[in-house]
Design a protein around this ligand. Sequence first.
Ligand SMILES: [Zn+2]
Ligand SMILES: [Zn+2]
Length: 168
Amino acid sequence: MIELNLFWGDLESGLDKQLFKLQSNNLDDGSLSFYDNKIECLLSSEKQWHGYQLKGDISFSFIEQCDRCLSEYEDKQKTTVNIMLTNNSDLIQKKNDDTLWFDKSEKLIDIGPIIRDQILTTEPIKKICNIDCKGICQYCGRNQNKESCNCNRKQNSDNRWENLKELV
Ligand SMILES: [Zn+2]
Ligand SMILES: [Zn+2]
């Protein structure tokens, strides 16, 4: 299970784009492949009458397979968090997903589950290694990003040759 502990002391004085590094292999979900074992959270917090507002960016990379050339590539992802930490029970009763109850008798709060949810709901829109990916040649199967071939031209002449053979 992924953990990110925030201490009251730090929230009281306010976080200002503080970097928290997490390990993606602590994420208990086997269906995702991460490019490296790194999740970076840049968090800022602000004290408010009902608690603390916490905002930040989460960066990590998936390993994806390109739909065009089928090779694996690093798919950099960025998602955000924006949650309210409160001990005001009226706010909690509104059942807002972005509100997290805290217990001031504890020294810290673990927002790991929230980070985890944000990561699990992130999905690449298009699985392409590069906008300019040339894909795989449909004739020879070569990855056109690595080596080019003349299949298009050859294919035409091959067809002509095939036609001739059929005539013979
Ligand atoms: Zn590709
Ligand atoms: Zn080819």
